[in-house]
Write a protein that binds this ligand. Structure first.
Ligand SMILES: [Zn+2]
Length: 216
């Protein structure tokens, strides 16, 4: 299966036509280096041969981890329309039915932002449940009064889940906070009671999901 494409793209800075190699699929078992490139933001960039400026080319990209069995599809700048979203999820499900076995159930995700993709990978790499992680996040943020901005899971350290917090559109974290694993397990119980489906569907698991599960 071809994983990369070559495209001619005009530099957003100086309009020079450049040829650029773009990745549409990352199968991490086959190309572990691509994962590194994803995290260092060296993937799907255009470095202009004329002016030297670097710009990210936002194209849909999927990330498949065959060993841990999770699949994340990034659709940058997708219109937030419920109907369109449902159509997308359905088509993804049918397109991947032959590729993804039952082991992937509850670990098929769609994200609309590059950094969300990175966060999901970190979560699933730690074999955590992203539904529960979103739950932890919203409860902690409510308590810490960190509602404006974004929080993202970073790592597990000393039996705690560590999160970074970003003000509004900032890319550099201004704060971090952590949650004990014990709290994670408590929320896991709640989520598993309320959302017990063994789902083979693609889902969007985000802050709205957590609000629906825990705040109502
Ligand atoms: Zn240029």
């Amino acid at each position: 299966m071809l994983q990369q494409i070559i495209k001619k793209i005009n530099c957003p800075n100086c309009n020079e036509k450049n040829e650029v190699i773009l990745w549409e699929k990352i199968n991490v078992d086959m190309n572990p280096d691509l994962k590194e490139d994803l995290f260092t933001e060296k993937i799907n960039n255009l470095t202009c041969t004329k002016c030297g400026s670097i710009s990210r080319i936002n194209i849909p990209l999927y990330y498949n981890d065959n060993k841990r069995k999770f699949f994340i599809y990034l659709v940058p700048d997708f219109p937030i329309d419920k109907k369109e979203e449902e159509k997308l999820m359905d088509s993804l499900r049918s397109k991947t039915l032959n590729i993804l076995d039952e082991g992937y159930n509850n670990k098929k995700r769609v994200v609309f932002d590059y950094y969300n993709l990175l966060e999901k990978i970190l979560i699933f790499d730690e074999q955590l449940d992203d539904r529960v992680v979103e739950g932890c996040k919203i409860l902690a943020r409510t308590q810490l009064k960190l509602m404006e901005g974004k929080a993202a899971f970073e790592k597990i350290e000393n039996d705690e889940l560590v999160f970074n917090f970003f003000e509004k559109e900032e890319r550099k974290a201004s704060k971090s906070f952590s949650i004990p694993k014990a709290m994670y397990y408590e929320i896991e119980e709640i989520i598993n009671t309320k959302d017990a489906v063994n789902s083979d569907e693609f889902r969007k698991i985000d802050v709205q999901y957590a609000v629906k599960m825990l705040m109502n």
